[in-house]
Design a protein around this ligand. Structure first.
Ligand code: NAD
Length: 429
């Protein structure tokens, strides 16, 4: 099959590589000149495990525009859908790309919208710009830090659109649906749920909305555990063993962020509100998340002088990625810097930042925390759990260690001479 993938970000690049590996003929279009030039040198622009190696092994062609898009059986759209100030998804990139596809792609070609778009977007494109193509909603569920792995071994595939597109979508995914031996999952085919485009679009928002809500609930439990004198860790470990709940997304923290949860929860709430439906659970999850970060910052402010130096461990929005989009670590740094505190940072995946809230990015944790009045863990990198806390305490000025990701053992922290503050016990108000 001949594919054109538009957008070489987390979704587009990993889709392009995976489809090429399983035998499709893939062209990947990227308009960002910096990203494109790295891809032309076969360098990984994302820092995702395995991407660098695969770039050297596949024949994906990277281009600024695809002059042969009329040869494509399927055009996959994987451009950004950031958040507008009013909370709705910004569809400028999707609309722009759709107009160029309409101009170049052959009538009857399948256009698979892999970007996360509000319910009704594919219907609108089908009756508008892409009247002569077959528009399919085919959202992606990958996790950053596991982007390739999730693309090669997806938990599920959902797609919806005109029935004439179904066989093409099934043929596109057929090689990826065979679970490799040793994938750890029962050897059945990866489920492909064929439905309407509206259902596929909502399925993506529903998944992210649910996961974000789960995290907000977990944070509430951790806060409440502290109020009532319970051990949040024991409570959450007990919950994790219930198969109806599951162990994922059960770690308390200073709040969720990233390139997807904040914008997708806001877009889902805005979508519901636009239809006159008050999605109260989701609104509460968003509000709880804002409060969580604010209260976490307040706790640090109460325990440190205004001219304090903070050693911030972690900048990425989660471990396993260099992505700082909507990172709670950076949001926290901004609050602390605004009140006069100086923030030096270390993140295993990030060597520098242009973010004005960060005074300096250091090459290791000890350097970032030297002479710090407080150490703050803001990303759950496994190496932070293994830090030599005595060596850390030797270089800090103050003895406060604030663990915003529940990665440090409080007993070890106390033994090293730190005053440990975890996620629970946030000040009210
Ligand atoms: N990042 C994730 O973990 C993830 C997971 C699932 C779904 N999604 C969704 O997938 C979509 C893409 O996300 P992403 O993280 O891959 O975004 P990204 O910002 O990493 O990549 C998008 C790419 O599209 C390129 N682009 C934009 N307009 C273009 C055009 N006209 N021609 C060629 N290239 C163009 C951009 O330059 C950019 O490189 C979003 O809707 C997002 O919500 C993301």
């Amino acid at each position: 099959m001949r594919l054109t993938v538009i957008g070489a970000g987390y979704v587009g690049l990993t889709s392009a590589l995976a489809f090429a590996v399983v035998g499709h003929d893939v062209v990947c279009v990227e308009r960002d000149p910096v990203r494109l030039s790295r891809l032309l040198r076969r360098e990984d622009p994302l820092g995702e495990p395995g991407v660098g190696e695969l770039l050297g092994q596949t024949a994906v062609r990277f281009v600024e525009t695809d002059p042969e898009i009329d040869r494509a059986d399927v055009v996959l759209v994987a451009v950004g859908t950031p958040m507008r100030p009013d909370g709705h998804a910004d569809l400028v990139q999707v609309d722009e790309v759709s107009r160029s596809i309409a101009f170049g792609a052959r009538p009857g070609a399948v256009v698979a919208i892999r970007s996360t778009v509000p319910v009704g977007t594919c219907d609108r494109l089908q009756t508008g710009a892409l009247l002569h193509q077959l528009v399919v909603s085919n959202p992606e569920f990958l996790r950053e830090g596991h982007a390739l792995q999730d693309t090669f071994v997806p938990t599920r595939i959902v797609a919806g659109g005109p029935s004439a597109a179904r066989a093409v979508v099934e043929a596109l995914y057929a090689p990826l649906r065979e679970r490799p031996c040793g994938s750890g999952v029962a050897a059945a085919q990866v489920p492909l749920i064929w439905t309407t485009s509206r259902s596929a679009e909502l399925a993506k928002y529903a998944a992210n909305g649910f996961l974000a809500t789960k995290l907000s609930f977990v944070n509430e439990i951790a806060n409440l555990a502290d109020v009532v004198g319970a051990d949040a860790g024991a409570v959450l470990r007990t919950m994790a063993l219930d198969p109806r709940i599951g162990a994922g997304h059960l770690r308390p923290g200073l709040g969720w962020g990233g390139s997807c949860f904040p914008k997708d929860t806001r877009a889902l709430a805005a979508l519901a509100a636009g239809e006159g439906y008050d999605f109260i659970v989701l609104r509460a999850a968003i509000e709880q998340n804002n409060r969580q970060l604010a209260q976490f910052a307040l706790m640090i402010e109460r325990e440190t002088p205004t001219d304090a130096s903070i050693g911030l461990l972690g900048l990425a929005f989660k471990a396993g990625t260099a992505d700082t989009r909507e990172s709670p670590a950076l949001a926290l740094a901004h609050r602390l810097a605004r009140t006069g505190r100086r923030v030096n940072a270390y993140d295993p995946a990030i060597r520098s930042t242009s973010d004005t809230a960060i005074s300096r990015v250091d090459p290791d944790a000890l350097a970032a925390c030297t002479d710090a009045d407080a150490v703050v863990v803001a990303t759950e990198w496994p190496e932070f759990a293994a830090l030599d806390l005595r060596a850390l305490r030797d270089v800090t000025r103050g003895d406060l260690l604030v663990d915003g990701r529940a990665v440090i053992d409080p007993v070890r922290a106390a033994a090293a001479g730190f005053r440990y503050r975890g996620v629970g016990g946030l000040p009210a108000g």
